[in-house]
Design a protein around this ligand. Structure first.
Ligand code: GSH
Length: 195
């Protein structure tokens, strides 16, 4: 199973982190991102959005880090990471959407500007970050894990850009429940340190 990967990408890290925690073997294929390889065939044929990560499992292709987490957990991860019941699945998907929307447009965007010089509005990204972190911190005040009462792909989807947020100029200092959740996640067997 091949992961088309960019080491510095938090979205790719979501997949590498989960695979490491769930002991799923991936063949990591580094992509020449600066050279634009993700925007040209053959990768642009695999993902017409021209984005990473992309997973290739034999002839089956999955794009989008959230979708890849669901695929890997459902096919190879067992019920521990992706429960059979739709209630548990929906609880997890709430957080996958949060990762792809709120987190992507705040913490991730701030890092893209500060670390990689992306032409996004840093002030908008920074202004929206505290509300995202406050919501997360409030949830974690009453829950050890984001969903289903145990570690799941929800945690793997949200953790990377939270852990990387200081690289975007976002201060995690005020969020003590987030800090304790990160410590719990980092203590899991198979934890893969952030890039
Ligand atoms: N929703 C996608 C976003 C993927 C994404 O934005 N990937 C970045 C690397 S972190 C990328 O390939 N950007 C290139 C582009 O959008 O042109 C996911 O979660 O996988």
């Amino acid at each position: 199973m091949k992961l088309y990967d960019l080491e510095a990408s938090g979205n790719c890290y979501k997949v590498r982190l989960f695979a490491s925690l769930a002991n799923i073997e991936l063949d990591i294929e580094p992509v020449d991102f600066l050279g634009g390889a993700h925007k040209q065939p053959p990768l642009a044929d695999l993902n017409p959005l021209g984005q990473l990560p992309i997973l290739e499992d034999g002839s089956h292709v999955v794009r989008d880090s959230q979708a890849i987490l669901v695929y890997l957990a459902g096919v190879y991860g067992g019920l521990a990471w992706w429960p059979a019941h739709p209630r548990g699945q929906a609880e997890i998907v709430q957080w996958l959407s949060f990762a792809a929307n709120e987190v992507q447009h705040s913490l991730c965007a701030a890092r893209l500007v500060q670390k990689f010089g992306y032409p996004l509005d840093q002030s908008v990204a920074l202004a929206s970050s505290p509300a995202v972190l406050a919501l997360l911190d409030k949830h974690l005040e009453r829950h050890d894990w984001l969903a289903i009462g145990r570690p799941s792909i929800a945690d793997c989807a949200v953790y990377p850009y939270v852990a990387l947020a200081p690289e975007g100029g976002v201060d995690l200092g005020p969020y003590s429940h987030i800090a304790r959740w990160m410590t719990r996640l980092e203590a899991l067997p198979g934890y893969l340190p952030k890039p």
